[in-house]
Design a protein around this ligand. Structure first.
Ligand code: SAH
Length: 348
């Protein structure tokens, strides 16, 4: 995607290979140079044009004038002593902050990335929304969270989840462009089967995303089985209610064949009763899906609570009604790895 930085230069890390080829050709250079540059940027992941040592010094100078090469600065790194989770607070070139987390699973390392600076969605239990929305992240800025985390930790990154700060479907074009870059053979070459996109339920975007048939896992933050309970904690439900959301999810499965994952943050006394489990099973009964039960992560500003025992109880109840569910592993509990909490300390 051709994006101009404030000084008029083009954000080179947001360009696809064909777009970079166009730009390089327009400069009067041979097209193959674009491939070399793309390789430096996305396979070798250099941070300066001067590191592109198979290009002439003159060409590197011209590139510097025409393109900006963004980077993220690690302001804080928190390492869990219990499970190898690492959380990063990054400063963006304009002084804003976002967070990412590396989580270690049996099959490899997954990075959880942010897609916006803050969030507009206003979910009551979520820390990301409290510091307010500032702006969307560019494709390059989403990508750099992965590149930096990989470089800093020295670990190979084999999966990505878009579950950090922000609502990916509220930054749709940049997110889709980012997914293209992430999966580009000549770059990071990540299979989109190892990528999950989480949404609070922006219905028109779910339809659009389905048409792209990307192979990603769609993760839907449901958190309640009826409109009354959902609207109380998720304002987005007043715009797109559960009925519309379920219809979009069914459509997504029909078109992509990909099982949907529903996130259900359990909150004491709000959505954790037997009746809630039964209602949820009626809602999802005919769908090919999976439910992830998450004990709500306590945030300073709200009094929502739950615990793992309650989560296992709710999982059992869902099982009784024939719904497949897991309790999400808690990673990085000692470093407060849930999103949005670190940035807030810096923004308020
Ligand atoms: N905006 C997207 C992705 C970011 S949030 C979305 O809503 O899906 C990633 C996940 O964390 C979502 O399922 C969100 O509802 C959940 N979440 C946010 N705050 C939480 C908290 N305090 N406890 C448990 N889950 C939380």
């Amino acid at each position: 995607m051709v994006i101009r930085c404030e000084d008029g230069r083009i954000d080179i890390l947001s360009l696809s290979l064909p777009e970079l080829e166009e730009e390089i050709k327009a400069m009067g250079e041979k097209t193959f140079r674009a491939g070399q540059i793309f390789d430096w940027l996305h396979a070798k992941k250099v941070r300066k044009f001067d590191e592109m040592t198979n290009l002439s010094v003159q060409l590197r100078d011209v590139l510097q004038k025409k393109f900006c090469l963004k980077s993220l600065f690690i302001v804080k790194r928190l390492e869990s002593h219990t499970d190898n989770t690492v959380k990063y607070l990054y400063r963006l070139p304009d002084g804003n902050h976002v967070e990412s987390v590396i989580m270690e699973y049996e099959h490899g390392n997954t990075v959880c990335v942010s897609t916006q600076v803050g969030c507009k969605m206003g979910c009551r239990f979520c820390a990301s929304t409290i510091a307010g929305y500032k702006r969307d992240l560019l494709p390059s800025e989403i990508l750099l969270q992965i590149y930096e985390a990989g470089r800093d930790s020295g670990r190979k990154i084999s999966g990505v989840v878009l579950m950090g700060i922000g609502e990916p479907m509220d930054n749709y074009d940049n997110v889709v462009c980012f997914l293209g870059l992430l999966s580009c053979e000549k770059g990071m070459n990540m299979s989109l089967r190892h990528v999950s996109v989480s949404t609070c339920g922006i219905v028109p975007r779910i339809y659009e995303l389905a048409e792209l048939k990307l192979g990603i896992t769609l993760s839907v933050s449901l958190h309640a089985a009826n409109n009354r309970a959902r609207s109380e904690i998720m304002p987005v439900n007043n715009r797109y209610d559960i009925g519309e959301l379920m219809e979009a999810c069914r459509y997504y499965f029909k078109v992509t064949g990909r099982r949907i994952s529903f996130e259900y943050a359990l909150i004491d006394g709000h959505n954790d009763s037997r009746a809630d489990a039964e209602e949820l099973s009626r809602l999802l009964g005919d769908m090919v899906c999976h439910v992830n039960v998450i004990p709500v992560n306590k945030i300073k500003e709200r009094d929502y609570r739950s615990d793992r025992k309650a989560a296992y109880r709710f999982q059992r109840l869902l099982g009784e009604y024939g719904i497949n569910a897991t309790v999400r592993r808690t990673l990085g509990a000692d470093i407060d790895a849930a999103c949005g909490q670190l940035r807030r300390e810096y923004e308020i």
